[in-house]
Design a protein around this ligand. Structure first.
Ligand code: HT7
Ligand code: ZN
Length: 873
């Protein structure tokens, strides 16, 4: 496989002034004509070569400035087409034929269920036409689409629609112009029979923007939430980042066959239906929140990604990490900031930390790659967002805003690199740019999660606490890792609550330190009693913390920390400690493990939970959701899924046993049965009831089953229905199978609800689920060409069902390997992502490792896409 290196980057020899495209969408195939106006770059060497890229194209004709060329005039090897006769520049005219119906990889131009659509990021445009398909070549576009009017009444592309008309044989056309220079990965075309919801937005400078959401006719009633989210995001970006929208139209199209969540094509976003459609009857709270976040994320790309784009794909984090940070900030402002933060952190710690510790570890800005599609990772997105957040913490909100203003202004219309972003942050804040860039760049260059060790000494006589922090880089890091700038927000918790302390003469309840060296110490004065440290508040840096907290210390934080996030993280840490200890006892056959033992976590939660359920129900709900097996597996050297699952269940039972009456009080409120409202308060009330029902299922299964049945009967919305169904199925309560059947009968016409139905079954945490998944794969509604359905069954089983996936005989691995092979033949991107589930292999026992390696050897010895081959290798 060919490895591409960042160090080999070379600027293009030709710039592209304008792109003119003409699409004839014909029944069996599509013809694409392109006229590209090139100009030799000022920096180009004497022997400049015009290099374009093309893949899976049937080349019909090529002309240079009006003269037809023949195959002798160019060289075409692999995907690279090269022409040495371009001189100072000219117009290249090409015509190619492509086959959208046969395109099941969903990259380039494809047609599913009659709808034509494109997905060009990262390298899909070269499957549409010969082109300098690289993000540092930007041009204006003018696109004409011609298609059958009856089957494709709607014809869309980027920018503004400048002309339309009818042509012969029942065909019609539309021409679109995008005045903003953009790279090819942001190109989009959509053609089909779609209904549209229209609204508008008036920008801060008074311009009216038409907003349009296109979906299948049957889904028209599910677009209000996306529209409201879009309007909120547009306003928010003006207010928080000074970013105003720049076209007269903003379109979103929902498509059922899509490899990821959504795509930020300029002025014409294409969305997975799961990230745009929402209706209380069919969508859970989590679904509503995802729509809001993804609509905002893609909108925010209009500046962080589109107006300022990436020079090359090594800089992917520049647009993705920054944009994830922006969407996290937005979501925190819409609902509950604490819940948003703890969900984002739990996600990062569970999945990104594991990625960074396993065989797929890489830097936020990698030095090399084989297949760029494999680099849309948690590290680029989530760790990338954490770096932006640390800069925000370090510079303060105003300083960060000065930096982002400088960045957007300086690099507008250009393709930037990570250094440019950091440089803006420094320059706008009057900092030494050289030092700042080189120091912060380390976060982008060094893979692995740093560890921070904590040591504190309190001197009673002088009321002083000396804090020493030490950072070590993970073994994944480069050969000579350097110390990172690590912001540490901290407070001190005494016996009655938060203490005020002094650092360098500043007295406050909270301080911000920056650990820059391998080891550093700070002295805090006026520390009147021995405190428990509340460290890394709101997770101020993406590190693992090694601190010698006793159980009582963590319990003190759970009870008294003023930082809600840290109350939760203390409960998470204590839960982790108790579960791991118990699992270790199971593994070593310690008989005492069968006797219930004291649980500090249970005691601490029992003390605070009832009050919390009333005052902060969202946090109360989170406290009862103990760390998942996926999270726990990252905390151990050797992962024994059975022992961990048993230990987790046992600790959970200890935690909820004393809460039986509190759970009853929560459930008696019946908030779940009230009409749907999308607000932080209503979501919190429903989430604590759902968690209470899950708890009750462990204590009194009959009572829980009765409540679940009642919810199913009376459910005013999908959040209630889904919570009830999950409880019945995951706890194997009486009536579960009937409920599944009834749910199917009621919702079989709604693909996204049916995905949930499949997912609920595929994630049921019992060994028997494997057989059920085999049956689901044979179900008449299982369709392996629809990524959402594949993820609902195969993805849930492999990634969200450790008990069944890690079957000791290896049968779970066998099932996934077989499916992978079939999916890879159609859709490499989808298969390669699913293959990531095997990334855990080194943590498993020898026997499971052997099972996995056997499956991987089998797969690697056969025909595989380069995507999946790279992941499995
Ligand atoms: N920028 C997009 C990333 C992307 C993608 C989206 C859909 C299908 C295939 C794709 N390949 C890469 C989405 C985003 O992060 O906003
Ligand atoms: Zn993105």
């Amino acid at each position: 496989a060919k490895i591409i290196y960042l160090k080999d980057y070379q600027a293009p020899h030709y710039t592209l002034e304008h792109t003119e495209l003409h699409f004839e969408l014909l029944g069996d195939y599509t013809e694409v004509s392109a006229e590209l106006r090139f100009k030799r770059a000022l920096t180009a060497p004497k022997e400049a070569v015009l290099t374009l890229l093309g893949a899976d194209l049937e080349l019909l004709s090529v002309a240079w400035s009006g003269q037809l060329l023949s195959a002798n005039d160019w060289q075409w090897q692999d995907e690279k087409w090269q022409f040495a006769g371009a001189g100072e520049g000219g117009v290249l005219s090409t015509k190619v034929r492509i086959y959208p119906d046969q395109n099941l990889a969903l990259e380039g131009l494809y047609r599913s269920h009659g709808l034509y659509c494109t997905q060009c990021e990262a390298e899909g445009f070269r499957k549409i036409t010969l082109y300098p398909d690289r993000p540092d070549v930007l041009s204006t576009f003018r696109t004409t689409i011609v298609a059958d009017k009856a089957s494709c009444p709607v014809l869309l592309s980027n920018g503004n629609c400048v002309a339309t008309g009818d042509s012969e044989n029942g065909r019609h056309w539309a021409t679109w112009e995008d005045p903003h220079p953009k790279p090819s990965y942001l190109f989009a075309l959509v053609a089909g029979d779609l209904a549209v919801l229209r609204d508008s937005f008036t920008t801060v400078s008074g311009r009216e923007v038409a907003l349009e959401i296109y979906t299948a006719e049957v889904d028209q009633d599910k677009c209000d939430h996306a529209m409201r989210s879009l309007q909120a995001a547009m306003r928010w970006d003006e207010e928080r980042y000074g970013c105003e929208y720049d076209l007269d139209r903003y379109m979103i199209v929902a498509v059922s066959h899509f490899n990821m969540g959504a795509m930020e094509n300029k002025g014409l976003n294409v969305f997975n239906t799961s990230c745009v459609l929402a209706h209380p009857a069919t969508t859970t709270d989590a679904g509503f929140q995802r729509v809001e976040a993804v609509v905002a994320h893609e909108y925010f790309h209009n500046w962080s990604g589109n107006r300022v784009t990436c020079r090359d794909w090594f800089q992917l984090c520049l647009k993705e990490g920054f944009t994830v940070f922006r969407d996290q900030q937005f979501s925190a402002d819409q609902l509950s900031a604490v819940v948003q933060r703890l969900e984002d952190v739990a996600f990062l710690q569970t999945h990104q930390f594991a990625e960074d510790a396993g065989p797929l570890a890489h830097a936020v800005r990698p030095e090399s790659f084989v297949e760029i599609n494999n680099f849309y990772t948690l590290t680029i997105y989530e760790k990338g967002a954490e770096i932006a957040r640390m800069l925000h913490t370090f510079l303060g909100a105003d300083g960060f805003r000065r930096g982002s203003d400088h960045y957007f202004k300086t690099y507008d219309g250009q393709a930037a690199i990570v250094e440019d972003f950091l440089n803006s942050m420094a320059v706008a804040n009057g900092l030494d740019a050289g030092a700042f860039v080189s120091q912060w760049l380390r976060w982008y260059r060094q893979p692995g999660t740093p560890v921070v060790s904590v040591n504190s000494v309190w001197q009673k006589d002088i009321q002083r606490l000396t804090l020493t922090l030490t950072q070590t880089q993970s073994s994944k890091s480069s050969s000579t890792p350097e110390s990172l700038p690590i912001p540490v927000r901290l407070g001190f918790i005494g016996k009655e609550g938060e203490l005020s302390t002094s650092l360098n003469g500043v007295t406050a309840n909270e301080h911000l330190l920056v650990l820059e060296q391998a080891e550093q110490s700070w002295q805090f004065d006026d520390v009147s009693q021995v405190p428990v440290l509340s460290l890394f508040r709101d997770f101020s840096a993406p590190v693992r913390v090694k601190a010698e907290f006793g159980d009582a210390d963590l319990a003190q934080l759970i009870r008294l920390d003023s930082n809600s996030f840290n109350r939760w993280s203390a409960s998470y840490a204590l839960a982790t400690r108790e579960i791991l200890a118990l699992a270790e006892q199971y593994r070593s056959g310690d008989l005492r493990a069968h006797q219930p033992q004291e649980s500090a976590l249970a005691a601490a939660i029992a003390e605070v939970w009832s009050e919390l359920a009333a005052s902060d129900p969202a946090l109360a709900a989170k406290m009862l959701q103990l760390p998942s097996l996926a999270y726990l597996s990252d905390q151990v050297a050797c992962y024994d899924p059975e022992a961990l699952q048993r230990a987790r269940e046992s600790v959970l039972l200890q935690v909820i046993a004393p809460l039986q009456s509190a759970l009853g009080t929560v459930l008696a409120k019946q908030e779940m049965l009230k009409p749907y409202v999308y607000s932080a308060q209503a979501i919190a009330a429903r989430s604590v009831e759902a968690v209470a029902l899950d708890g009750l299922a462990r204590l009194q299964s009959g009572a829980a089953a009765a409540i679940a049945q009642h919810w199913l009967k009376e459910a005013p919305h999908m959040s209630a229905e889904q919570a009830a169904l999950t409880t019945l199925v995951h706890h194997q309560l009486p009536g579960a199978d009937d409920a599944l059947q009834a749910f199917y009968a009621r919702w079989k016409h709604e693909p996204l609800v049916l995905d949930q139905w499949f997912a609920t079954q595929a994630s049921a945490p019992q060994a028997e689920t494997r057989e059920r998944v085999e049956a689901l794969l044979a179900h008449s509604d299982f369709d392996a060409t629809v990524p959402n359905r594949v993820r609902a069954v195969i993805g849930q089983f492999a990634n969200n069902n450790p008990v069944a996936f890690h079957d000791a005989e290896g049968r779970g691995y066998g099932l996934i390997a077989k499916q992978l092979l079939a999916i890879d033949a159609r859709n490499p991107q989808l298969a390669s992502r699913l293959a990531g589930a095997f990334g855990i292999w080194q943590k498993l026992d020898e026997s499971r490792q052997a099972h996995i390696l056997r499956e991987l050897d089998g797969l690697l010895s056969g025909d595989l896409s380069s995507d999946t081959r790279e992941t499995l290798s």
